[in-house]
Design a protein around this ligand. Structure first.
Ligand code: 1PR
Length: 547
C-alpha cells in the first residue's frame, strides 16, 4: 500500500485522519523526530487548537526547518487547520509566536458582535468564480459541497492578493466575513476545514492530494442554487448510551430523563446499538453525532471506559465530528490512581472524539467560580482541557429544569417571563441547573452557568431541557433565546424535537447555531434526511449528504 507521512505532534484527534487515509487505501507512517521528515515523500501536517501552542511545540521539537526543506524541494505537502495557519506569517491568537511565513498574511479573530465564535459547522470552500477552467476543480473541491470548519481565527480574503502571489484560493463566508477556506500552489495544499471530518466531500480532497491530482474533472456541473456560500444549519443526532439490565451497552432514550419503560417490568429502553446507529445517522446526513454516557456518575475503571471502544469503532466509518459526554471530570481509578479530567479527555480524543462534553463537573466548577469572587482557578476540567486542546474541543452540556415563580423578585436568580404559565398561573420562571443527569438540583441558574463556563474557555453549549426531553412538543424556544443573549459561543438546541417542523421552528424563531434530536430518530419516526429536506423547503441552507 502507498504511504503518507503524518507528523506526530498534535494532541487532538488524529485517529480520524488516519482512518480516512486508510479508508482511501493508503498507509500512515508517523514522523517522530525531525530526522524522519527527510524520509517522507508526501507529508501531512495536521493541527488543531491554539496557534501559539502548536507552533511553539513544533519549533521547539525542531520540525520547522525540515518541513520548510520538504516544501522547498517540491515534495507534496498538505496542512490541515492549524497546519494551514502555520504557513502564514502570524496570528492574532498569539502575537509572540511566528508562523512559517511562506505566505504573506495574518490570521485575525472573527468578529463576534454579529455571530457566534468559534465558527463551527459546515461551510463552503468555493473556487468556482476565481479558478481555472469550468468543470475542473482544485483538489476535488466542489462549489456545491460543504466542509467542516471549527476555528476562531481565519485569514481574511482580499480578492486578488493571494492570487498575485501565485496561490489558488477557495473561500468561505461567515456572516459578512469572507476568509480563506483552502489554498494551493505547486506542491502545497492547505485547508482551514477538516477534510477528515467532512464526509465524502472531505475524503475526495484527501484522495486528490494523495494521488497528486491538483485539478479534478467534476463529474457533474453544480447548479447555481447549490453553490450558495455560508454556514449551513447543523442537525445533530444524539445517542444516550448506558448499560441495560442484561449488561449490554445500548442506546436508550428517556422522557424527562427517565429511561425505563413504563410497562414490561420497567426495563431500560433499548433502542439499538451505538456504533450501528451512529453509522445510520451519518448516512442519513447528520452533521455531527453526539454520544452521552448517561450513567457516568457511577465510577468505572478508566481503561474500561465503555465509550472508548464505541468511539474507536465509530470513527472508522463515520467522517463527521463526534462528541462524547459523561464522566469528564477528575476521578480515581479502581487501583486508587488519580486521573485528571484532562487525562480522561485525552483518552477520548485519542479514540476519535473531536469534542468532549462536560455536564455535572461544569456546574460544580461554576459554583466554585462564583464562590471565589468570579476568579478563575486554572484547574477546572474546562480550563485544563480547553488550554490543551482549544476552546472548540470543550462543550458544556446543561440539564436545566424550569422553576416557576410568582414574579421576577421572588428569587435572586435570573428569570424570564414565559408564555407558558406554571401550575398556579405563574408567569415567571428561572432555569435551575442540575447534576447527575437531573437527579440533583443546584442553587445556580442557567445564565450564571453559561457565563461562567464561557469565561473558563468552553467553546459551545449543549442546551438540554429536562421539562422538554422526550416530549415531542418542540424545543424550549424561550430558554434558547435567553441563553443566546447571554453568550457569544455557539449554542446547540436540544430536547423536545418530535417532527421536522420543530427544527425549522427553532432555526426560524431563535438564533441557535445547531439543533439536536434523539427520540424521533431512534424510534424511526423520521430520518435526519427528512429533517434536512424540510429545512431546505423552508429556505434554510443545509448540507446535503454525499456518497
Ligand atoms: O454529568 O458530565 O457525567 O454528563 C452526563 C451527561 O449525560 C450529560 O450530558 C447529561 O445531559 C446526560 N444525561 C444524564 N442522564 C440522562 C438521562 O436521560 N437520564 N441524558 C442524560 C441527557 C438529553 C439529551 C437528549 C435530548 C433530546 N439526554 O441529550 O438527547 O433531550 O431528546 P429528544 O429529542 O428525544 O427530546 P456528566
Amino acid at each position: 500500500m502507498p504511504t503518507v507521512h503524518l507528523l506526530d505532534y498534535v494532541a487532538g484527534n488524529v485517529r480520524s485522519l488516519v482512518n480516512a487515509i486508510e479508508k482511501l487505501g493508503w498507509t500512515v507512517e508517523w514522523i517522530k523526530t525531525p530526522d524522519d521528515v527527510a524520509k517522507a515523500e508526501k507529508l501531512i501536517l495536521p493541527g488543531v487548537g491554539h496557534f501559539g501552542h502548536c507552533l511553539s511545540q513544533f519549533t521547539r521539537a525542531g520540525y520547522t526547518e525540515p518541513i520548510l526543506e520538504h516544501i522547498k524541494v517540491g515534495k507534496p505537502f498538505m496542512g490541515i487547520c492549524v497546519g494551514l495557519q502555520a504557513l502564514f506569517g502570524s496570528s492574532e491568537e498569539d502575537v509572540n509566536v511566528q508562523g512559517f511565513g511562506l505566505i504573506k498574511g495574518k490570521l485575525v479573530k472573527f468578529n463576534d458582535a454579529d455571530k457566534s465564535v468559534p465558527h463551527i459547522g459546515w461551510n463552503s470552500a468555493n473556487t468556482s468564480s476565481k479558478d481555472g477552467v469550468a468543470g475542473d476543480s482544485l483538489y476535488g473541491l466542489r462549489p456545491d459541497s460543504k466542509y467542516y470548519y471549527v476555528h476562531s481565527y481565519a485569514v481574511p480574503y482580499k480578492p486578488g492578493v493571494l492570487e498575485q502571489q501565485g496561490w489558488s484560493v477557495a473561500t468561505a463566508r461567515y456572516g459578512n466575513e469572507e476568509f480563506v477556506g483552502a489554498i494551493a500552489k505547486d506542491n502545497i495544499l492547505a485547508t482551514q476545514f477538516h477534510p477528515e471530518k467532512s464526509g465524502a466531500a472531505g475524503l475526495r480532497v484527501i484522495k486528490a492530494f494523495l494521488e497528486g491530482q491538483k485539478t479534478v474533472q467534476l463529474s457533474s456541473q453544480p447548479s447555481a442554487s447549490s453553490t450558495k456560500e455560508g454556514l449551513t444549519r447543523r442537525v445533530i443526532a444524539c445517542l444516550d448510551v448506558r448499560t441495560n439490565d442484561q449488561g449490554d451497552l445500548v442506546v436508550t432514550k428517556g422522557d424527562q430523563y427517565d429511561v425505563r419503560e413504563k410497562t414490561s417490568g420497567g426495563n431500560v429502553r433499548n433502542l439499538g446499538k451505538p456504533v450501528e446507529m451512529a453509522q445510520k445517522y451519518y448516512e442519513q446526513g447528520a452533521d455531527e453525532v453526539t454520544f452521552l454516557n448517561i450513567t457516568s456518575f457511577r465510577n468505572c475503571p478508566i481503561a474500561d471506559l465503555p465509550m472508548l471502544e464505541i468511539l474507536r469503532r465509530t470513527s472508522e466509518t463515520v467522517f463527521v465530528p463526534l462528541t462524547i459526554g459523561g464522566g469528564i471530570r477528575d476521578t480515581v481509578d479502581a487501583d486508587g490512581t488519580k486521573v485528571s479530567a484532562l487525562d480522561v479527555a485525552t483518552l477520548y480524543f485519542k479514540s476519535g472524539a473531536d469534542k468532549v462534553s462536560i455536564g455535572s463537573d461544569a456546574v460544580t466548577a461554576a459554583e466554585q467560580y462564583y464562590a471565589n469572587d468570579s476568579k478563575l482557578s486554572g484547574t477546572t476540567a474546562i480550563e485544563t482541557i480547553s488550554k490543551a486542546y482549544g476552546n472548540q474541543a470543550v462543550v458544556v452540556s446543561i440539564d436545566p429544569k424550569r422553576v416557576y415563580v410568582a414574579g421576577a423578585d421572588a428569587t435572586p436568580h435570573h428569570t424570564l417571563q414565559t408564555a407558558f404559565p406554571g401550575p398556579n398561573g405563574e408567569k415567571h420562571c428561572w432555569y435551575q441547573c442540575t447534576i447527575k443527569g437531573g437527579r440533583e438540583g443546584r442553587d445556580l441558574d442557567v445564565r450564571q452557568l453559561v457565563q461562567a463556563v464561557e469565561t473558563m474557555g468552553c467553546g459551545e453549549i449543549l442546551l438540554n431541557c429536562i421539562d422538554k426531553d422526550g416530549s415531542n412538543s418542540g424545543f424550549d424556544l424561550e430558554l434558547i433565546n435567553d441563553v443566546k443573549q447571554a453568550v457569544n459561543i455557539p449554542v446547540i438546541a436540544s430536547s423536545g424535537a418530535g417532527v421536522p417542523e420543530h427544527f425549522a421552528e427553532v432555526f426560524e424563531r431563535t438564533p441557535t447555531d445547531a439543533a439536536l434530536g434523539a427520540g424521533m430518530f431512534h424510534r424511526g419516526e423520521y430520518t435526519v434526511k427528512q429533517v434536512k429536506e424540510h429545512l431546505q423547503e423552508k429556505g434554510l441552507m443545509v448540507r446535503r449528504f454525499e456518497d
